[in-house]
Design a protein around this ligand. Sequence first.
Ligand code: HEM
Ligand code: HEM
Ligand code: SF4
Length: 286
Amino acid sequence: MAKHETPLLDQLEDGPWPSFVSDLKQQAEVRAKNEKGVEFQIPQDTVDDLLGVLELSYKHGRTHWKHGGIVGVFGYGGGVIGRYCDQPEAFPGVEHFHTMRVNQPAGKYYKTDYLRQLTELWDFRGSGITNMHGATGDIILLGTTTPQLEEIFYTLTHDMDQDLGGSGSNLRTPADCLGGSRCEYSCYNVSALCHFLTNEYQDELHRPAFPYKFKFKLDGCPNCCVASIARSDMSFIGTWRDNIQIDQDAVNKYVENDPAYPSNGGAHKGSKDWGPFDIQKEVVGL
Ligand code: HEM
Ligand code: HEM
Ligand code: SF4
């Protein structure tokens, strides 16, 4: 049985799309049942209260999160984003509901035991709600209380070799595409540069000294999979040093639908065959 009635939020479960409301309800239920016997360090019903306060915001047409209050871990000025609710009596489970940014690895590669450790830590000391990954790039851990911050930071840094990311007016966690590790288009070693920049600018990353945030983002080639040009202040986009080489003979054969030069290199052969490209139908006439 849900703690709060949420008729307005319930409407967001309609339609063909995944719903964050359904996800939150599921997480509220997991915590209520607590089949794993977790010794929750923040209120067990924090997710119920998150749903409750959001429903109230929909009713009032304004947020019930206060902005303000600096909160963090010793020695760092970034990485934790303070969130306080302006309705602590009605929703004590989200009186504090701070976000932690965790520095994702270059290319976002994980081992399953790392992910298990991270989610176990977050179930134990946080709400269990994550955003993998935030638009900024980081692992986002949503919702914990002030006394838990140092505990989480200790476990991350001592037991998991894991640092916090950026927030506030500092250098934000550099983010990259997966580069040459999986992608044939990569024109430089994206992961190495991302790793280097992260290490080189540790101080700037953790101690906000700028008048505003600053972002590096790295794309291996002009396909711009991480949209570095739109999303960062300094984007790195791999390109060619030489003149672009074109095999005009092969291009002509492709245009003439020569079977030796199938579209998409033959990758969709048999499954999705759209036939020859018709510029009038597929572009001009749309
Ligand atoms: C006063 C309240 C809040 C303000 C002003 C606020 C503002 C922001 C801003 C400016 C960002 C950074 C966006 C970026 O640079 O990527 C952010 C990130 C984020 N916030 Fe909030 N927020 C608030 C409350 C919340 C709450 C209550 C939640 C969830 C329950 C939340 C979830 C997130 C998430 C998931 C991100 C990471 C987004 C991403 O990187 O994709 N925020 N918020
Ligand atoms: C439908 C509405 C909106 C969507 C979907 C949205 C989404 C986002 C996303 C995805 C980012 C992360 C950019 C990145 O680093 O990749 C972002 C950043 C941000 N958003 Fe929004 N946003 C919306 C409306 C707003 C509004 C109304 C405000 C403020 C009045 C706002 C304030 C910000 C700020 C301050 C940032 C950080 C910008 C920066 O990186 O310098 N957003 N938003
Ligand atoms: S930006 Fe280029 S190199 Fe990076 S993943 Fe996308 S296509 Fe590959």
